[in-house]
Design a protein around this ligand. Sequence first.
Ligand code: FAD
Length: 385
Amino acid sequence: MEDVVIIGGGPAGLACAWHLAEGGLSPLVLEAAPFPRDKVCGDALSGKVVSVLQRLGGEALIRQMAAESFVLRASALVFVNDRGDRVRLSLPGEVMGFTAPRYAWDAWLWSQAPRNIRLRPKTPVLRIERAERHWVIHLPQGERLYARYLIGADGVASKVRPWVYTYRRARRPPVYSAIRVYAAYSVMPGELELHYVPPYLPGYWWAFAMAGGQVNIGIGGPPQIARSVSFRQGIRHLLGEKAPKAIAGHGIPLYRAGAPLTAPGCALIGDAGHLVDPFTGEGIGNALLSGYRLAQAILRAQPADLFTWDARDTYEKPLHHELKTEMRVSTWLHRLSRSPLMVRWLLRRLSQRPDLQKTLQDMLFQPEKRLELYSPKFYWQLLGF
Ligand SMILES: Cc1cc2nc3c(=O)[nH]c(=O)nc-3n(C[C@H](O)[C@H](O)[C@H](O)COP(=O)(O)OP(=O)(O)OC[C@H]3O[C@@H](n4cnc5c(N)ncnc54)[C@H](O)[C@@H]3O)c2cc1C
């Protein structure tokens, strides 16, 4: 009988297992894919990713990551509207952001993790079942495992989420559609371009510079838009002859305040828990953070009976509280970006006002200043008063 089984070896599962291992446990991680494995992603690693990795592996881990040949330091975020207005926000020296292909980055991160984690790749969980005193985990070839506590780190199509949502009688928040390719495209080294243009709004298309001159290009947006305009055609239109034939797609489970993350004997972390920023589509930072926070809660509580323990007060509520300001602003910006006129006007105005670009830069890159983005004062200034 296992105490803790983590389903999914992405950033969420890895961070959780890493911190549990530091606390003296030896968690079992079941991962469907062989390593290295790809994850369809924009490959942008934000300051939040860096800060959780610093907690896990210290400055040495960040230095080592920055020196890897597949990693590129990001220098600026560039917002573009359909009229070609560009707002370029440089990343301040103290804020570190990177791009790295998930295929290489996830495997590298695993190579740095503590040795007492038991990672079983090529082990897809087919089904889970709640017995009287433990979970039954069904694997291929009739194999079964038994666990007291189950952690769903298994991404957008989580097998654990239905248990949590049924127990809590919750409806699922939206899942956006997204596609991604690697191609030759003209982007300044280190720049991350985000194009907020119809018909994708409140989604966007992006072009992120990667190491070695490659560019990660993709489109993400609400499913109703993905049904009416083909994102794949959009990529072919952007890249013409250079568009690759095979274009990979994946869902983006958006954050919703208060969405359930726990039930007795189980919890959700990362994409399984719908923790992706609705405005930027960033989810790696929250995947790492939620994994880390759940591990902290388990280590602190040391519950006598993990199977009946519910981490709602020790993990779910504090995590939602921690993300509150950031996600409130993102949810609001996401709503704002539904209007093409508003996006056009906002980016035009900002492109003409370097002083307000500096204010926006501070707000975006300094979490404690984020709430100002929500304040009417900023828009008052934009209007020129
Ligand atoms: C197109 C696109 C672009 C994005 N761009 C960015 C970006 O630039 N920056 C950013 O921060 N975020 C981005 N995101 C979001 C980011 O990719 C996710 O938030 C992040 O990968 C979540 O990590 P995770 O560990 O929760 O899940 P995942 O990374 O999805 O890992 C889940 C793991 O679980 C495994 N698994 C699934 N089912 C089972 C099963 N039944 N049994 C065993 N294992 C299983 C999978 O194989 C996988 O390895 C993007 C997402 C998409 C779709």
